[in-house]
Ligand binder design. Structure first.
Ligand code: FAD
Length: 454
């Protein structure tokens, strides 16, 4: 027990989370949002009505008992709260920061109209961060060893969830990861100012503490095939994500100074940023586009983000769009890039036209008018990724969809190959962290049934 439990719900307004001011945060890479102090978290939790039939539950794809952990915070029983979270979530500190709660659990909160929805994501983060400062961590219970071994290929949110669930169900699990550490997009994509590396590392330590074994810097398909892994393991889960950038279909993208979001963010996260650009344009409007723009402004560039979508159709999280504007990024919605112009092989301007975006057709039609020219010395294209073809090329009989995604049975994650499951972005195309985690969980459940039947 910690501070005194808050029994009264005196002030019903949604609590704000402290954050760095724009003037300060654009000069550093530290986390923008600073987390709830204890008292604020308890006040926010005390606003929860503990509905008898809680609608927020239907908005959590991984089945967290949301009202129960929130009640623990209001009652200042934080260790009980983290236990409830850990029952269902191997990545609470990650989800509490970057899961689009506004589209999931919070969207279903019964308070949404009246007083502002409960900040479910921020309360999840509060508990996970509280746990960081405790001398001992709670590790979920693990079933007795079944004698079965599973391999997980890819250590992103899908792989971590599949691995965590399979371990808890009593199987021995090895995660094969091509990078030198686990995390997937959480470590090589999302910038430090939104999701610090130390936070992800601590979640990976948790998986290791449960008993997960990791083979890092290990590229499946090159160093060992799935068929070879199946000789040693009873079942395989593939969660290799999408890391092959799509190329923008406009002339001039082959000029020097034009980068993909992957190149830009990965080089930053690996410690060798692409920098010294003065005027930089980002093409796109998803989370990756805003992550690139906000990284570039911290590296000293003036940044314009152009996207064909209208302002209200921008798919990035609203709070990231707000943060970007506060930081001085110019957003040009309904703007279609048409070509990059170069001089001596280097990009010098991005030519665009105003466009009207039709969300139903996912397409933009040009509005007649003059081209707009943005003088630039760098352009970053963030128009999406596809799976790397390596796994498909080295796994005979593994059926793939049109865009190179692994075809699966949606309910179970089963692929066309016996003893091989898949899930997350590699199967669905880029979606979200929580969707990948949910896919990892579904597959683990089906793999468990299979492993127990052997
Ligand atoms: C810049 C950016 C920002 C994002 N922001 C958000 C956000 O705020 N909120 C949100 O919900 N979603 C966000 N997303 C989307 C989200 O990160 C992904 O949907 C999610 O990470 C997918 O998880 P995954 O496990 O399927 O794949 P990944 O996270 O891509 O993990 C796949 C892992 O497999 C490994 N791998 C690949 N091939 C092999 C191989 N052959 N052998 C061994 N290992 C291999 C990769 O190295 C990687 O570690 C963002 C995406 C990007 C790119």
């Amino acid at each position: 027990m910690h501070s005194k439990p808050l029994r009264k719900r005196a002030d019903l307004t949604r609590r704000e989370m402290p954050k760095q001011t724009p003037a300060i945060r654009t000069r550093n890479f530290s986390e923008v949002e600073l987390g709830f102090p204890v008292e604020t978290a308890m006040e926010e939790a005390a606003r929860c009505r503990q509905c008898p039939d809680p609608s927020c539950l239907s908005g959590c794809p991984i089945g967290i008992n949301i009202p129960a952990f929130i009640k623990c915070i209001a009652d200042s029983d934080f260790s009980a709260g983290i236990r409830i979270l850990r029952e269902k979530n191997h990545l609470p500190a990650v989800c509490g920061r970057v899961c689009p709660a506004e589209l999931n659990c919070e969207k279903h909160c019964s308070l949404k109209e009246k007083n502002g929805r409960i900040s479910i994501g921020r309360l999840e983060r509060f508990l996970a961060d509280w746990e960081t400062n405790q001398p001992d961590r709670y590790f979920s219970e693990i079933s007795p060893f079944t004698g079965r071994k599973a391999a997980v290929i890819g250590g992103g949110p899908a792989g971590i969830t599949a691995a965590g669930d399979l371990i808890r169900l009593g199987h021995r699990v090895t995660v094969f990861e091509s990078f030198k550490e686990l995390g997937g997009v959480l470590v090589y994509g999302i910038p430090e100012f939104r999701l610090p590396r130390s936070v992800v590392r601590r979640e990976i330590e948790y998986l290791a503490g449960l008993g997960g074994e990791f083979q890092t810097s290990f590229v499946v398909g090159t160093m060992r095939t799935i068929d070879s892994i199946l000789e040693e393991y009873d079942a395989v889960f593939v969660g290799t994500g999408v890391d092959l950038p799509s190329v923008a279909d406009i002339p001039g993208v082959d000029l020097n100074g034009v980068y993909s979001a992957n190149q830009y963010l990965t080089s930053m996260n690996l410690g060798s940023p692409i920098k010294d650009h003065k005027f930089l344009a980002v093409i796109g409007s998803g989370n990756a586009a805003f992550d690139c723009a906000r990284t570039a402004i911290r590296l000293g560039a003036e940044v314009t983000l152009v996207c064909k979508k209208s302002r209200q159709d921008i798919p990035a999280r609203p709070e990231e769009v707000l943060h970007a504007e506060e930081e001085g990024i110019v957003i040009e919605p309904s703007t279609q890039p048409v070509h990059c112009l170069g001089e001596n092989g280097w990009v010098v301007s991005l030519q665009c036209v105003k466009a009207q975006f039709d969300p139903d057709e996912n397409n933009a039609a040009f509005i007649n008018g003059a081209e707009i020219s943005y003088p630039v010395d760098a352009v970053i294209c963030t128009i999406g990724n596809n799976p790397n073809p390596l796994i498909a090329a080295t796994t005979p009989g593994l059926e793939m969809g049109e865009k190179g995604n692994i075809s699966i049975d949606e309910a179970t994650g089963k692929t066309s190959r016996n003893r091989v499951w898949a899930g997350g972005d590699v199967a669905t195309g880029a979606v979200s962290i929580i969707a990948s985690m949910s896919a990892g969980r579904k597959a683990a459940r089906s793999m468990h049934q299979f492993l127990c039947s052997l």
